[in-house]
Each structure stands twice: as C-alpha cells, then as structure tokens.
Design a protein around this ligand. Structure first.
Ligand code: GRG
Length: 312
C-alpha cells in the first residue's frame, strides 16, 4: 500500500459538522492560550505600569486567536497534544498583536478602532503604543524560549522561523510594499506578493511551529507550510472582501478603509465574486496540502473552512 512517506496520499476526508464541534474546539484553544499569555506577559502592576497596561490592553482586547488555534491544531495533526505548542502559539499571538498596534499608528493606517475597542495609541498615546508593539515583539522571543525542544527541532529552529516570518523579507516587507502601493495602480501579481508577505507568511509560520512542537517529519512540515500559506492567502482575500461588505461594528475595526485609502485589494482588482472564487480556490489548495497528514488534520480542516466562511 502507498504510504505518506512515499508521497502518494489519500485525499482528505470531507468534514461533517456533526463530527467536529469547532466552536467548542476554538473556545478550548482560546482558554489555553489566554491563560498562558496571562502568565507570560508581566502583570499590569509591574514597573513601569504603563507599558504593561498597554501590552495587556491590546493582547486581551478580544482578538479571534486564529493564529494560536492553527498552531495548536497543527501539533495535533502531527500526533501531539495542544499543550506542548502553547508557548509558540502565544509567541505568535504576541507578534500578530504587535503588528496590529503598529499598523494602526497615525504614521501607518491611522486607525481608531481595533478588536472592537479604541486603538492602543488612542488610549496610551503614540509613544507608548510604539513601545507596546516593540515590547510584544521582544516578548514573543522570550516566550518561545519556554517551549520544550523535541528530538528534531531546537530553539534555534523555531526562533529562526519566527524571526524570518516577522522580518524585512516577509511581514515587514508586506507592510512596506502595501504602503508604497497606496494610491498607485498595481497588478494582481504585486498584490499577491503583498498578501503573501503581510499575512500568509505569519500564518504559515504558526502552522509550521505547531508541527515542530510535535516533532513532525520533514514531509509533514512541508505539508503544513503549504497548508498555512494557502489558508493565509484565503484569509487575506476574505479580509479584503469583509472590508467592503461588513460594517465597523461587525468587524470591530473600521470598515471601508481600503477604498478610502485607495488600497489595492482583491475586490478592487477583480471584483467581489471573483475574489470569493479565489478565496475558495486557496482554501481547496490548503485542504489538498493536508493529504500527507491523512485524517489527523480534522481541526486544521475545520478551521480553514470556518475562515473561508467567516463574517468578521
Ligand atoms: C514595524 C512600524 C512597523 C509596523 C509593522 C507588519 C505590520 C506593522 C503590519 C502588518 C499587519 C497587518 C494589518 C496584516 C494584515 C493581516 C490581518 C488581516 C490581520 C487581522 O487579523 P485577524 O482578523 O485579527 O485575525 P484579530 O484581531 O482577530 O486577531
């Protein structure tokens, strides 16, 4: 019989909602990660109080916690429990939250609303918001060092993954290219590059870290990397769509900003329906990438499906 290691795989099974309770699963992941984050990030009373209040304000402002959920689900897909992946899941949520704080700054997108609350700089001032972002980025690496190494992966491997995904060739590259493209006509290929850097890299990193914390094989790591990339692309295309179709109340952040800022987005370039088709195509590619993991990837499949159909 053909095995995963030989590179011939069964197609992933189609999930039936009754066999997997995603709501319950995501609530469980959120509880695990929130409890751990609360222990990892200094208390509000720690000196100097302002910076710790600002860090905790944004990290506990009510984000969807999709990146930690994907990280932990990837660990399960490789045969481990969620728990060993928790430090890496928390580290990635810190990096994500830092990127949102900085993205909202007056010198960037200048936004007033995030996660349904006033943005960090609106509450703490611009200087503290910059520092809260910096501190969360640094905190991520401190937290990553709490992770227990496995036979195949050392701290060096996970730190390198995180640093690359958050660095000037990926996350920061996306932000720079995005800012430079504002108000200028760009091609779909250029937009795809922005989305890959700004969103898909970080999501792919989360999923790979989950696999690493389960001591996954290189075949599985490659599969997870492809899955994360395609889920990330679908996620950002859907984010573009929601900016046009939903209200600020529904999103917890200012809706319609892309059009006002003359940002290139999938709907602006190819229209809403084709954008929906593209998001569905990326999600299908994500499902296909899971084939080597066979039927252990139920949670990853369910999350990918949920992200395609999300409304906020
Ligand atoms: C270094 C000054 C400086 C800035 C860096 C890299 C960067 C700022 C910003 C990029 C961040 C960005 C807005 C990426 C887009 C990804 C995206 C759709 C984020 C929203 O993710 P959700 O919907 O948010 O998961 P929640 O709040 O639910 O966690």
């Amino acid at each position: 019989m053909a095995t995963s290691e030989q590179g011939i795989h069964k197609a992933p099974k189609v999930l039936e909602p009754e066999v997997f309770d995603l709501r319950k699963y995501l609530d469980g992941s959120r509880r695990l990660v929130d409890r751990a984050l609360s222990g990892f990030i200094p208390e509000e009373s720690a000196r100097p109080q302002t910076i710790h209040q600002a860090m905790r304000y944004s990290i506990f402002a009510g984000g969807k916690r999709m990146r930690p959920a994907l990280c932990m689900a990837a660990a399960e897909a490789c045969g481990a429990e969620r728990e060993p992946a928790i430090p890496l899941a928390c580290a990635m949520e810190c990096i994500h939250t830092y990127s949102l704080i900085h993205d909202d700054l007056p010198s960037m997108d200048n936004d007033d609303l995030r996660r349904g609350k006033p943005t960090n700089h609106k509450v703490f001032g611009e200087g503290v918001a910059v520092l809260a972002g910096d501190a969360l980025l640094t905190q991520a690496f401190e937290i990553a060092m709490e992770w227990k190494t496995t036979e195949r992966y050392a701290h060096r491997d996970v730190v390198l993954e995180i640093a690359k995904a958050a660095g000037s060739r990926e996350l920061i590259a996306g932000q720079v290219a995005d800012a430079e493209a504002e108000g200028t006509p760009i091609t779909l290929a250029q937009l795809k590059y922005i989305h890959e850097c700004k969103t898909a890299s970080l999501l792919s990193c989360c999923v790979k870290l989950g696999g690493m914390s389960a001591n996954c094989t290189s075949v599985h790591l490659e599969a997870l990397s492809h899955f994360g990339y395609h889920v990330g692309m679908a996620f950002q295309v859907i984010d573009d769509i929601l900016d046009v179709t939903q209200t600020s109340e529904q999103l917890g952040k200012t809706a319609g900003k892309d059009e006002i800022a003359k940002k290139a987005t999938y709907p602006a370039l190819i229209g809403l329906q084709r954008s929906r088709d593209e998001a569905a195509k990326f999600t299908q590619q994500a499902f296909d990438a899971l084939a080597p993991l066979e039927d252990k990837a139920v949670a990853l499949q369910a999350i990918a499906k949920y992200l395609l159909n999300r409304t906020h």
